[in-house]
Design a protein around this ligand. Structure first.
Ligand SMILES: [Zn+2]
Ligand SMILES: [Zn+2]
Length: 298
């Protein structure tokens, strides 16, 4: 992972990677969910209904909802017993084949993720803070591509939307994981439209979006835009929509920050992050809404 998305050809496409419909425990049918995101200015959606037995192990077919201006990724939220706190696992798997088999007798989440990754799926560690997932749990899924660092549904329903502690600790132990925001909308509370990814791809094609997600060619946002992140020598230059503060943070306690009114460019020294360390960028606007880069290894 690097600053690649900003240097890569193509444009950023806005998408929600985690959402439910009436095929599992969501309140709206798939068509209405897609209509909401189309109307809210999104370019793509992944419906990730719970892959539960009592729902018939749905992998919702969203292909009929696609248009030239709106793509969908085929996926599900997969489950298996048990995390170290004794809860059923929740993992977001995108790019699943329709014949992805239900869990076998006694099958573990590690095994289900191996099968999903072997089929080409993007694997996301969903809402770690909400259900007390430990960093050891997260590290037990080596196929994971990313940690869900903001889950809007968990934020509005439990105040536990943030997943950065597990992400940062996993990276401190040597993992290389992306960081994505998602709604996890069920449409029973105001849980839609406040956490998304901006994926850089040359066209709005499901396969290109999926490959870009697996490479880490995206950033996440609640509103602010990150136009560019460029490393030059011992500095990073961030270009963004008007911001009140721009922060670089990495392993350990070192941070570098810029504060001001309507900042659209910030130059931050990277001296405190080490030659082989990583840093990531957070942009915050005057309403407190944030955008987050993926970690960038130097
Ligand atoms: Zn979940
Ligand atoms: Zn969910």
């Amino acid at each position: 992972m690097s600053t690649a998305p900003f240097q890569r050809k193509g444009r950023f496409w806005r998408g929600n990677l985690h959402t439910h419909s009436t095929r599992s425990d969501g309140r709206l049918p798939p068509e209405a969910v897609a209509d909401f995101y189309k109307g809210a200015g999104y370019d793509f959606l992944a419906l990730t209904d719970h892959f539960w037995e009592h729902c018939g192990y749905p992998i919702t077919d969203t292909r009929p909802l696609r248009t030239k201006q709106f793509a969908t990724l085929i996926g599900a939220e997969i489950h298996a017993p048990l995390t170290s706190k004794g809860h059923d696992w929740h993992i977001v798997a995108l790019g699943l084949p329709f014949d992805y088999a239900p869990p076998g007798d006694g099958e573990t989440m590690q095994s289900m993720c191996r099968r999903a990754a072997a089929a080409g799926a993007f694997i996301g560690v969903a809402h770690p803070q909400w259900y007390g997932l430990t960093v050891e749990d997260a590290l037990s899924i080596p196929e994971a591509h990313a940690v869900e660092i903001y889950n809007h549904g968990c934020a509005v329903e439990s105040g536990r939307g943030d997943g950065w502690v597990v992400h940062d600790e996993a990276l401190a132990r040597g993992a290389r994981l992306g960081a994505y925001a998602a709604d996890d909308a069920h449409f029973g509370t105001p849980d839609a439209g406040d956490g998304w990814v901006m994926v850089k791809a040359e066209a709005l094609e499901p396969e290109l979006l999926l490959e870009a997600l697996k490479r880490g060619d995206y950033y996440s946002s609640q509103g602010p835009q990150i136009h560019d992140i460029a490393v030059s020598g011992d500095e990073v230059v961030v270009a963004c929509s008007p911001a009140s503060w721009v922060v670089a943070v990495g392993a350990g306690v070192g941070t570098r920050c810029a504060h001001g009114q309507d900042l659209t460019r910030a130059t931050l020294p990277l001296d405190c992050f080490g030659e082989d360390g990583y840093f990531r960028i957070t942009v915050t606007d005057d309403k407190g809404r944030q955008a987050w880069s993926n970690p960038i290894w130097r």
